[in-house]
Ligand binder design. Structure first.
Ligand SMILES: Cc1cc2nc3c(=O)[nH]c(=O)nc-3n(C[C@H](O)[C@H](O)[C@H](O)COP(=O)(O)O)c2cc1C
Length: 222
């Protein structure tokens, strides 16, 4: 079972989010998952330049690590987004990655996969950022298994660490169990179905220009 963790902090695994992600990944490994980690401390993904070429060809023209990461994302069973709270959202590095996923989103190409999210903050608003990342999991077409967020107490330390880390390991295990059992989260159906219909309609409407995406939907067959 392949789990891809995408770490949005420029501090990589050395930072606070890395500490919390370590516990989630420990849970993944306990449940039998194989982890591959992409960190934006090393990998580079430039901001989208709105050329719309990906909609026509399925590939981005910018020269960076995006296409490699996309290939890994398309072939994993489950994935994890991790980010610190940067001004009530994710880091610019992770947001750039999300923006570059526009073609995946139009194609709802992660249907059948499962995602989880991890966040830390200096002082709060964790639920907003966790909620935003879970929403991105859904617009990619995947089901969200859940998320964890916490303010920090110091460098790589958290208030109430024992229950927090237990919850983090449980999230990693739940991600793997959800994949193994092909779990269904019915409370996400209304959004997923409506968004799917919207994207399918959008691509049909733009079919003459967005040929890659139109062909992708034709190949899906539904
Ligand atoms: C540019 C920047 C913006 C931040 N914005 C917020 C914020 O809006 N709210 C908050 O609670 N913490 C904020 N923080 C604090 C980080 O979210 C917090 O220190 C986090 O744990 C850092 O994670 P890392 O060590 O994995 O990079 C910000 C930090 C930076 C560097």
């Amino acid at each position: 079972m392949k789990i891809l963790a995408i770490m949005g902090s420029p501090n990589g695994m050395r930072g606070n989010t890395g500490r919390l992600l370590e516990e989630v990944l420990a849970g993944v490994r306990e449940a039998g998952g194989d982890v591959e980690l992409i960190s934006f401390a090393e990998s580079k993904v430039l901001p989208c330049v709105s050329c719309y070429v990906c909609h026509k060809t399925g590939r981005c023209t910018l020269k960076d690590d995006f296409e490699d990461i996309k290939t890994k994302l398309m072939s994993c069973d489950g994935f994890i987004f991790a980010s610190p709270n940067y001004i009530h959202s994710v880091t610019a590095q992770l947001k750039a990655f999300f923006d570059r996923c526009a073609c995946i989103i139009h194609c709802i190409a992660l249907e059948g996969k499962y995602g989880a999210v991890v966040e830390t903050s200096g002082g709060g608003e964790d639920a907003d950022v966790v909620g935003y990342m879970k929403h991105v999991v859904n617009v990619l077409g995947a089901q969200s298994v859940g998320g964890i967020g916490s303010p920090v107490a110091g460098c790589r330390s958290f208030p109430d660490e024992e229950p927090l880390f237990a919850k983090a390991r449980d999230l990693g295990q739940e991600l793997c169990r959800s994949i193994a059992e092909k779990r269904h989260f019915p409370e996400q159906d209304a959004f997923l179905n409506a968004f799917r219909a919207r994207m399918k309609g959008l691509v049909e409407y733009r079919r003459k220009e967005w040929t890659y995406e139109y062909d992708y939907w034709q190949a899906k067959g539904n």
